[in-house]
Design a protein around this ligand. Structure first.
Ligand SMILES: C[S@@+](CC[C@H](N)C(=O)[O-])C[C@H]1O[C@@H](n2cnc3c(N)ncnc32)[C@H](O)[C@@H]1O
Length: 289
């Protein structure tokens, strides 16, 4: 743990303590000017004694291999009820995207009979999970999202499908996942990474919570196996696509980050269809060593 404490003269001729713990927090304490320097130093010691335990506890959480720190309060203006409702409506119109992706993932990861824990990051109302549960008899699936309002449509969906007992919803920011190290066997994420404030941090968090040999599939778009006619129909109806982006740029970002994070077993999937106007998106498939 790095703590630096410095005494300075502030412009108002008051003393300032710059406190920097490894969280990057910077706390300034202004001391009234006193003719007794010792009194000032005693005050400093008292302040430090008061704040030290809090810092040590958060540090202990990190050192013990627990979760990656306290969750940040989300910006509810951005991640509110309206966003969750809109997402739910959009998702309803493209169920074939989730069912095809679930088929593809269950085959790729051989999940149909295996026991384990799977997490969807930024799963929204959880349509992908609903399709995954139906194809995996022994898996428990956790839908996570930074938008707490997604919990309601997710609960409704899972109760309707009679799979609520095999699922959970957890509020989570990908950059500070509330799971212990080596918790999950599989992590999936569709259409979310482009919103993460720090892609590297998100991927490191996913690697932290995956167990050794665990698999992740993160990206946007549709499964490479989806028939072109179906993708065309969905794109024409405006049910997939959205704002234009360059999947090759994102593919390169994924490759660079895998190298930076020291992951050797990975593949970046950029399916190129016969029809060059169709965009299948980009997927990162990785295995934790
Ligand atoms: C376009 S939606 C995709 C939802 C779903 N995965 C799907 O494919 O239909 C993106 C989701 O990512 C979530 N999200 C955005 N930033 C996030 C973050 N930092 N951590 C976790 N989820 C996030 C949003 O709240 C939203 O539900």
């Amino acid at each position: 743990m790095r703590i630096s404490v410095g005494l300075q003269q502030s412009p108002e001729h008051e003393r300032t303590i710059n406190w920097t713990a490894n969280t990057g927090d910077n706390m300034k304490i202004y001391l009234p000017q006193t003719r007794m320097p010792e009194a000032g130093l005693i005050f400093v010691a008292l302040v430090l004694a008061a704040v030290m335990p809090a810092v040590s506890e958060s540090q202990a959480g990190r050192d013990s291999g627990g979760t990656s720190g306290a969750a940040q309060r989300p910006d509810y203006e951005t991640y509110g009820e309206a966003g969750a409702t809109k997402m739910q409506k959009v998702a309803q119109g493209r169920q074939s995207v989730y069912s095809e992706l679930a088929d593809y993932l269950v085959r790729l990861f051989e999940l149909s009979e295996k026991p384990g824990i799977g997490i969807d990051i930024g799963g929204g109302p959880g349509d992908l999970i609903v399709h995954l549960v139906k194809r995996t008899s022994q898996f428990y699936w956790i839908n996570t999202d930074i938008n707490t309002w997604c919990a309601r449509p997710f609960a409704k969906n899972t109760l309707k499908e009679n799979i609520a007992h095999r699922t959970g919803f957890v509020f989570a920011d990908v950059c500070a996942l509330p799971f212990r190290d080596n918790y999950a066997d599989v992590v999936v994420s569709r259409g979310s990474y482009q919103f993460w404030p720090d892609l590297e941090r998100g991927l490191s968090e996913i690697l932290r919570v995956l167990n050794s040999g665990g698999l992740a599939f993160i990206g946007r778009g549709v499964a490479p196996t989806m028939p072109e006619a179906q993708v065309r129909k969905l794109a024409k109806a405006g049910r997939i696509g959205g704002p234009k982006y360059d999947p090759d740029t994102d593919a390169e970002r994924f490759r660079n980050l895998m190298r930076k994070l020291g992951i050797q077993q990975f593949e970046v999937i950029r399916h190129k269809p016969e029809d060059p106007d169709l965009n299948y998106g980009v997927w990162l498939y990785m295995r934790k060593p």
